[in-house]
Design a protein around this ligand. Sequence first.
Ligand code: S3P
Length: 452
Amino acid sequence: MNLQELTAYNSNTPLFAVIGDPIEHSVSPLLHKTLYETDGINADYTSLHITDDTLREFTDIARKKLCGFNVTIPHKSAIIPYLDEVDETARMMNSVNTVKVINGRLHGYNTDILGVIATLEKNNIEIKGKSVCILGSGGASKSVVYALLNQGAEITVARRKNSTTPCFADNMPAVNVTTLDNLPDADIIINTTPVGMTASCADTPISDLPERCSFVFDVIYTPLETTLLKKASEKSIECENGLYMLLIQGVRADEIWLDRKISENAIKAASDILEAGVVKNRLAHRKKSSILLSGFMGCGKSTVGKALSDKLGFSFVDADAEIVKKAGMSINEIFEKYGEEHFRKLETDVLKELSACTDTVIASGGGAMVKAQNFDAVKDNSLVIYMDADEDFLYKNISKSDERPLMKTPDPKTRIHELLSSRKTNYEAHNHISINASMPVHAVVYEIMKRI
Ligand code: S3P
């Protein structure tokens, strides 16, 4: 929506909004609409691109047309002079992310801090006596610092080495200020810098985690797992991304605006939808329209593919089923009547056809991504995920069915070993992302979502 459209808004449905610059990528409309829909709340939520120059004009219109709004970068402090009242915490922080319109008057609050507190609570993080190091000194850092104050933690804010502006924590006696290259040995690391987000995905704000570290919270949620969080997982350090913080700040804003509780059911629904929304954004960022699962027979391509497509609201296509349709006979029959070579030709044809799919999860046959030609046919359109699984896991799944011609052998374990060994190099060469698939289905689905 733009300011003109907001001025013209005259529906009876209470309207809320998020304002910022930029604003296109905000998932707040998706979040709030899901909460309203699940809890049967008659309200709508939009986003407005508001620059510094249009902030005053916006607040004038908001007084008449909106019931409340969220504020994001870069207006969290700049909005304050236009408000009629500011809650004590928000005033102390000099940061407002939630404004409620009451009889044309604007009341400011900060619910970001509640999102931080909720994230620490969700992970049962005891702050007292801990050394907490916060990476970055921007707006998100401020919310984290205020959430941690007076709880008996030793708080350090680590800034970029070449920061020239004063730090908000310079005059806070309870907070140490240092640089990212001079980190203390902390128990908890909280990243509030944008390093690791979408464009700088492979980067981390720090090259290694401190020895003592037992929890890492990254306020970034796109991708769902940043390189920093991956490092933490690899070291078996507990960690959490920023999606729950985003969710709870939004929920608390709605509770202030609507004077009612948002149900746990709605929070769960919004959490699922947001994760899917983030993955779809990531896929678009990678300029891919679909996801293709590759891997040896029995690694779970079809089961995981169906579950993943459900999560994302995508269609699901099984490449082997398409071959069966095309040939008018089962895979076993194709192999028996015409031989493997003919099957491979049909497989290449089907993959070429599927390379135009949008919003689809494709389960390919176990031999499909062995050939470079097949990978080349799909790789521009689809994000190819190699599901690497161990031989015992594959054997367990394969022995459930007798529909695989290549497994018609008295010694399937040896056949799996030989065939997998001969294909492994090609599977590994022909993918965009490789994951460990020897896990329960839901864990594999989430692993894929995190890595996209
Ligand atoms: C094959 C795997 C099968 C099927 C055909 C050949 C292979 O698919 O395409 O039997 O060469 O590995 P699944 O991986 O779905 O079993």
